[in-house]
Design a binder for this molecule. Structure first.
Ligand code: COI
Length: 348
């Protein structure tokens, strides 16, 4: 892989004590172009602008998708990337649905490793901090006819990050706007899924909430996701999360938490449709013990309030509750404090 190193590093200008998620970028990026029906071997070069003309395909038709994963500074000084092969597979799932070319999985993981190795000084050392890795792909042809792009760019940039949310979140059960529909692109990480969510989220923010809980597009009776995350509820002693479908993103954090819970027996586990009604009834009756979002950025994000049709239902956020226990277990594996018994860490 061709590597062109930056002549000087910007790292000295970064305040690692006060990182704002996704605003600082490391010295290098990886890039590969798709031309004449094939990907070129990726290369690493200094982080910097890309150039394009106003007819740039992705600006018009949104053939664009991304991934997100993290590299961690481990207790013994090694650096590990969490389950990168899952992201490589999911990128290609998104690519297929968005009619974009699949990117070779080996180049994805080897490219990530090479990039993180080169920018290893950028991996924050503090607990709960990491180097957020953002692979993304977009159509780069130059025409405005409404047909698929013929050329594409795959790129990876890296951003040192701290915690995503400052504390727990207040969510509103959304019954007007929809994130995903059956037969749509909800299971992909296509850019438009996020762009299309900003308006509804802003409306909820104006009402005092942090995020929305997305419900099904037909009747708004089933719970699907929470903001940009998968969602789970602990009702009595059961962990319940909606099953994967073409409307729900197959979260790597979701999968990891399900694996841990099925092994450690902390809670009963149910992957099944979750109705708004049962969550509200459980909140009223006090059997809703906890609720939280699960995602790469926030890892586990406790929900303290669920707003439904004008009423706010409080949800306990115990300091030593299940959300925190699960987060601790994941953190311990990522920091190398606990044996990596699932082989989740790819050491660079
Ligand atoms: C998540 O972890 O929830 C994400 O999808 C990443 C976010 C920055 C969009």
């Amino acid at each position: 892989m061709k590597i062109t190193k930056a002549t000087s590093s910007r790292i000295g200008h970064v305040d690692f004590e006060n990182l704002v998620f996704g605003t600082e970028f490391s010295d290098h990026m990886l890039i590969s172009n798709y031309q004449n029906g094939a990907w070129e071997e990726p290369e690493i070069r200094p982080y910097g602008p890309l150039s394009f003309t106003p007819a740039f395909h992705t600006l018009h038709y949104g053939q664009a998708l991304f991934e997100g994963q993290k590299a961690y500074y481990m207790d013994d000084g090694r650096i590990g990337i969490f389950r990168p092969e899952m992201n490589a597979k999911r990128l290609n799932h998104s690519a297929e649905r968005m009619f974009m070319p699949e990117f070779p999985e080996e180049w994805f993981t080897e490219g990530l490793k090479a990039l993180v190795k080169l920018d290893r000084e950028w991996v924050p050392k503090a607990e709960g901090h990491s180097l957020y890795l953002r692979p993304f792909m977009f159509g780069s042809s130059e025409f405005v006819a409404a047909r698929p792009s013929e050329e594409f760019v795959f790129c990876i940039i890296c951003s040192p990050v701290g915690p995503y949310y400052a504390g727990d979140v207040k969510v509103k059960i959304e019954e007007t706007y929809t994130r995903a529909t059956s037969g749509g692109v909800g299971s992909t990480k296509s850019a438009g899924n996020y762009g299309g969510a900003f308006y509804a989220t802003d409306q909820a923010k104006k009402q005092g909430y942090t995020q929305v809980i997305w419900t099904d597009h037909r009747n708004h009776e089933l719970i699907e996701e929470s903001g940009t995350m998968n969602v789970a509820f602990v009702i009595n002693d059961t962990f319940i999360t909606p099953p994967l479908s073409d409307r729900i993103l197959a979260g790597v954090t979701r999968d990891s938490i399900l694996t841990l819970l099925r092994d450690n027996g902390l809670l009963k586990v149910e992957e099944r449709p979750v109705s708004v009604e049962e969550v509200i009834v459980a909140a009223k009756e006090g059997t809703l013990k906890e609720a939280f979002g699960m995602g790469t950025a926030a890892v586990v994000s406790p929900i303290s309030v669920i707003g439904y049709r004008g009423t706010d239902f409080k949800v306990p956020v115990p300091e030593e509750g299940y959300a925190m226990k699960i987060k601790r277990e994941l953190t311990n594996i990522r920091m190398g404090k606990e044996k990596d018994r699932y082989g989740w860490m790819t050491i660079v």
